[in-house]
Design a protein around this ligand. Structure first.
Ligand code: GLC
Length: 416
């Protein structure tokens, strides 16, 4: 998607280069909602954890009291960044302010923030920025620019405030922009600004974009800054939550996704996807040209739930061996096969075999170029596999059993 203002295609490509290479990032939803963790007054509140204030129509004065209880003493920025790094994730996006309006950073614009309103008194974004710098992981911020159930002029709260009395442009100019300025000047380089839901009008979205780039011209802005689902103001298309397109999609795009069924921590959501499924989703997304931003929802103590950590470790182990087929790889022109997906790099096709062929022969149809050789990516000796070329297909002889039951990658070197 071409930037609508001031930037040439070349400049845009340079700004997007790291993101296109990175493919796999960590999303962190962390805020006061981790305390109720899906329960309010003894009852389970349906839906995603960070929406509890809305779903239970909790009055501002009541929800605010959670801040006095928020003391995540087990939070350790270095550990979180290590979890991301060991998973093979290249950047982190954390909620600076979610729809509940509580600020997870020190801000001069409201006392309703983690430093001034909680016994914790620390600024986790500062600590994360430092830890990310040390580990060479990029850091970005999620910022809810439209919904704010705490601020009288933010959108969405009609149980405390009268929607007709809201002055949204005042909120945008006098609250959102100065807060973004803080985020863009106090924490070092901000790799991504992740907006949500859509900004009400295109003019407002454009002025927010300009505002961000005034402070950090390199910051990548996600597609949910746009008023609707159209693209053009953000730098890349943000797909729906957990949504993977049915086929290859041109242009830059990302799927934000959950490991269980919530973003913000819920004590009783145990519906964890297996590591195998997460790897399959990563491969599918990369094979269709996208990035995968996978969420963790830390607890009110500051712990990333163990089931998430365990799974991410597994994904990281797989990426250590097979990362070449993911980082910097692009979509395959071939679509899906019965046995799996393909990713590509110049001169190479990576066959991701998720379903091992029972007869030990992998059939690759529609490969219309000359194959030089094929080998298992995990094989350090890169021993040639037997390849037979027939009119419109290639047959590769495989070991009887899948070396990696989750996804064995076969590298096919081709004539370009
Ligand atoms: C949705 C939700 C929000 C969540 C986001 C993540 O837009 O409103 O709670 O942060 O998806 O993609």
């Amino acid at each position: 998607m071409i930037n609508w203002i001031t930037e040439t295609k070349g400049q845009f490509n340079r700004r997007m280069a790291w993101w296109r290479e990175a493919k796999f990032g960590m999303f962190i939803h962390w805020g006061l909602y981790a305390i109720p963790a899906g329960m309010w007054k003894g009852k389970k509140v349906p839906g995603i954890g960070e929406w509890i204030m809305y779903r239970a129509r909790i009055p501002v004065r009541e929800y605010e009291l959670l801040a006095k209880e928020f003391n995540p003493v087990k939070f350790n920025a270095k550990e979180w960044v290590k979890v991301a790094k060991n998973a093979g994730m290249k950047w982190i996006v954390i909620t600076a302010k979610h729809h509940d309006g509580f600020c997870m950073f020190n801000t001069k614009l409201t006392d309703y923030n983690i430093v001034k309103a909680t016994p914790f008194k620390r600024d986790p974004l500062k600590e994360l920025a430092q830890a990310c710098k040390e580990e060479d992981i990029k850091l970005g911020f999620y910022y809810s620019q439209t919904l704010d159930w705490h601020h009288p002029d933010g959108m969405g709260n009609d149980w405390d405030y009268n929607p007709n009395e809201k002055n949204f442009s005042k909120y945008l100019e006098e609250y959102v922009k100065p807060q973004l300025q803080e985020l863009l000047t106090n924490y070092g380089p901000v790799a991504v600004l992740w907006f949500d839901i859509g900004t009400p009008t295109p003019e407002q979205a454009r002025s927010l974009r300009e505002w961000v780039h005034k402070f950090q011209p390199a910051t990548i802005i996600n597609g949910r800054i746009n008023p609707g689902r159209e693209i053009g103001i953000g730098d890349y298309k943000e797909r729906g939550d957990n949504e993977i397109p049915p086929e290859k999609v041109e242009g830059d795009w990302e799927t934000p996704a959950t490991i269980n069924d919530t973003w913000g921590f819920k004590s009783y959501d145990h519906n964890w996807k297996s590591a195998g499924i997460l790897i399959h989703k990563l491969v599918e997304i990369v094979s269709k040209g996208g990035n995968y931003l996978l969420n963790v929802g830390p607890t009110a103590e500051g712990i990333i739930p163990e089931p998430s950590v365990d799974r991410l470790k597994e994904v990281g182990k797989w990426l250590k061996v097979n990362g070449e087929s993911i980082y910097g790889a692009t979509a395959s022109p071939f679509g899906e096969f019965e046995w799996g997906y393909c990713t590509t790099k110049p001169g190479k096709i990576y066959l991701h075999v998720l379903a091992w062929p029972y007869n030990g022969k992998l059939e690759v149809s529609s490969l219309k170029t000359k194959v030089n050789r094929a080998y298992l990516l995990a094989d350090e000796k890169r021993r040639n596999l037997e390849v037979k070329e027939r009119e419109d297909k290639v047959l590769i002889k495989l070991p009887a059993n899948a070396p990696d039951p989750i996804d064995t990658v076969i590298v096919v070197e081709i004539e370009e």
